[in-house]
Design a protein around this ligand. Structure first.
Ligand SMILES: [Zn+2]
Length: 368
């Protein structure tokens, strides 16, 4: 698989180099815990930091004390970059295409079990039974650990209770509350924060997203480049345009609603229905963000501090001009957001959302 250059573990990470320097230093003086939980908001670079930490533990140059960060050129660094380092075991469901991604990580990924053929690839217990090929650290890295179900978490717990020399677990997680308390207590928690807008811009620029698109995505993602990229792939900019033309009465709500289903984005889900739900969810979350920000501005919050504060100044917007419409729409959208999870038809739900967002006096609306 061709690696995205932005994922190169030899590249310095925006915002997180101090954390890594501390962890490498702990490893040099044999003080590194055998299990780390990398926790913090989604999309801020925790997984990349984990791969970079591992690269630093394997790097010939760092092991020789010749550099303070992965050199990127020695054989171990090149293997980590290529995803082929034999002492690094990565469970990363996000590398699968969105339509093949399992919602849950099951025990089959961690422990080989007869009669369970839900996972045919290598497992963690098999990896742990091997010696380190390169004679140093062995690292197990689990991305989105919150996806692991209880049986899977219990299998990890058993392995964590029998720590082996020079074995490091890194559990990347955005929802630590979903981890078993026993797992949380066995890991040293390493906290990651959101990045400042300039750092988010820099990451987006590396991925080929230029201003002004990058500027808006950075503002809407609250310091998370990963969320900004996700929103970009889910057509957030185009979705907000649809919301805008309905709010100003430039387009009839049901025409805009139809356009929502024609946008070419990437939406998670193994089935067409699941992808429809993900698309409806993305739109409703965005619309709720916009309405909430307008409500906050109406209650005195400074618009420049709000993700969608630019809309708060638009007197031609229905949700700005009419607090009644805004609150009614907020209430209705929250209900629709809940109904998506109850498996109601997503296009019907988004039709209702667009109707609720249109100005009350829009002539096309009254024709229905
Ligand atoms: Zn190196």
């Amino acid at each position: 698989m061709e690696l995205d250059p932005a994922h190169d573990p030899a590249r310095a990470l925006h915002g997180h180099e101090g954390i890594l320097a501390g962890l490498w230093s702990a490893a040099r003086s044999s003080r590194l815990a055998h299990a780390l939980a990398f926790v913090g908001p989604r999309g801020v670079g925790k997984f990349q930091a984990a791969r970079r930490l591992a690269a630093g533990l394997f790097c010939d140059s760092m092991r020789a004390g010749a550099s303070t960060a992965p050199c990127g050129t020695c054989a171990p660094c090149r293997r980590v970059r290529a995803g082929s380092h034999p002492d690094l075991f990565v469970i990363d469901v996000l590398e699968l295409p969105a339509d093949e991604r399992p919602e849950e990580l099951t025990i089959a990924r961690f422990v080989r079990r007869e009669r369970d053929d839900s996972w045919k690839g290598p497992t963690v217990d098999e990896f742990l039974a091997l010696r380190a090929v390169e004679g140093g650290w062995r690292v197990i890295l689990v991305r989105e650990m919150e996806r692991a179900n209880v049986a899977a978490q219990n299998s990890i717990l058993k392995m964590l209770e029998e720590p082996a020399e020079l074995v490091l677990w890194i559990l990347e997680c955005s929802r630590p509350a979903d981890l078993l308390p026993t797992i949380r207590s066995r890991c040293v928690q390493v906290h990651f924060e959101g990045l400042d807008a300039a750092a988010v811009h820099a990451v987006l620029a590396e991925r080929g997203i230029a201003a002004p698109r990058a500027e808006r995505l950075a503002r809407w993602s609250r310091g998370s480049p990963g969320v900004a990229l996700l929103r970009s792939s889910q057509c957030a900019l185009e979705m907000r345009e649809l919301l805008e033309i309905v709010q100003t009465g430039e387009a009839p709500p049901l025409i805009a609603a139809r356009a929502l289903w024609e946008l070419e984005g990437e939406f998670d889900g193994k089935t067409a229905k699941a992808q429809e739900r993900a698309r409806a969810r993305a739109f409703l979350d965005l619309a709720l963000d916009v309405l909430s920000d307008v409500e906050r501005a109406a209650n005195g919050a400074a618009p420049e501090g709000l993700a969608h504060g630019d809309i708060a100044a638009r007197a031609d917007f229905a949700c700005v001009a009419s607090p009644i419409l805004r609150r009614r729409a907020l209430e209705l959208l929250l209900g629709l957001r809940r109904d998506i999870e109850a498996n109601l038809d997503p296009p019907t739900l988004t039709d209702r959302a667009f109707l609720a967002l249109a100005p009350l006096a829009a002539p096309r609306q009254t024709q229905r």
